[in-house]
Design a protein around this ligand. Structure first.
Ligand SMILES: C[S@@+](CC[C@H](N)C(=O)[O-])C[C@H]1O[C@@H](n2cnc3c(N)ncnc32)[C@H](O)[C@@H]1O
Length: 307
């Protein structure tokens, strides 16, 4: 399969190991190169949150405005590698906008993966698109390689009104029959917060909530399993894998410092926002170590996660 490479100078970089922890390895480089060097059936869960080809600025290493056919061909290439790397029964989660995931899902089916769910993740502060319905969810595909090896269905708290504390639904008069441990999780997730607060953000944009990754890892993996995330970003998947005692392999083509700082608990800096986050232009800001009382010089770029 041929793929147009917009930034060949970067794509030629061999992935280099930049961090090792007791559980994981982080590489800097192109995920495709790393994935091609890995063995068949060597990971139990893949979580992928690629750029959405919406013209965001990720730095000079990545062009986020590709021709549609190039983006789709590139996506197919790394999805294909991912499917090869998955162990039997392993799970593949792919987070993207519906426009791309409808194509990605069709391709995953075509190459023999098993569809489990299209999970709709509510967008808290989406932006309107002229001439379209108001986009209100991200899509997360959940496929497995054959019969799932691990599946745990989490329970979620019974939703209540945040003003009066009363139930939001009447449960057909059977409220007393509900499991006190909570409701069964559905495929519509309304409770994933955007990462907005300055003290919890590890970089300016595109960082997912740890709650999302905790849920994904809970549903489809067990302690000691190996997780692969080919699009490191700020390292959310790796941080959660560490906490949940999963082995992990990570790779990021751009700046890996936010990930290293996050995983080693150091103070970190955050580069400017991607275009579209708030349109305020780049700032260099300094964040304190989590939990410290240090004064913060910070520009809150405001937007919800929108790749
Ligand atoms: C949407 S962000 C991921 C954010 C991440 N899920 C988080 O919570 O922080 C996508 C990342 O993929 C990186 N990227 C793009 N192309 C890549 C490639 N071919 N190999 C590795 N990383 C790549 C971008 O630099 C960007 O940091």
């Amino acid at each position: 399969m041929s793929v147009a490479v917009a930034f060949p100078e970067q794509a030629q970089l061999e992935p280099r190991l930049v961090l090792t922890t007791g559980l994981g390895h982080l590489y800097q480089g192109d995920c495709l190169d790393l994935m091609k060097s890995m063995d068949d059936d060597s990971v139990d869960l893949i979580f992928a949150d690629p750029p959405f080809n919406l013209g965001k600025i990720y730095g000079s290493h990545y062009d986020d405005s590709r021709a549609e056919e190039d983006y789709v061909a590139w996506s197919r290439e790394w999805i294909h590698e991912g499917a090869r790397l998955l162990s039997p029964g392993g799970a593949f989660f792919l987070y993207n906008i519906p426009r791309w995931n409808i194509l990605n899902g069709a391709y995953m089916t075509e190459i023999g993966l098993t569809f489990r769910h299209w999970i709709a993740i509510d967008i808290k502060f989406g932006l309107p698109i002229p001439g379209r319905l108001y986009p209100s969810h991200y899509s997360m595909l959940y496929f497995t390689k054959g019969k799932p090896r691990s599946f745990t269905r989490p329970r979620v708290p019974i939703p209540v009104c945040r003003h009066c504390g009363g139930d939001l639904k009447d449960y057909g008069g059977h409220r007393d029959k509900l499991n006190p441990e909570g409701l069964n999780l559905t495929d519509v997730w309304n409770d994933i917060p955007p990462v907005r607060h300055r003290t919890t953000k590890n970089r300016s944009a595109n960082e997912l909530s740890e709650k999302l990754l905790e849920r994904v890892l809970t549903i489809a993996s067990q302690e000691g399993d190996r997780v692969l995330d080919p699009f490191g970003g700020s390292g959310t998947t790796y941080a959660v894998s560490e906490r949940m005692h999963r082995h992990w392999t990570g790779v990021e083509m751009g700046d890996v410092e936010p990930i290293i700082s996050r995983l080693t608990g150091q103070e970190h800096t955050v580069d400017g926002p991607s275009r579209g986050d708030a349109g305020k232009g780049p700032h260099r800001v300094r964040l304190p170590r989590r939990g410290s009382n240090q004064e913060v010089l910070f520009v809150d770029f405001g937007g919800a996660r929108a790749n």
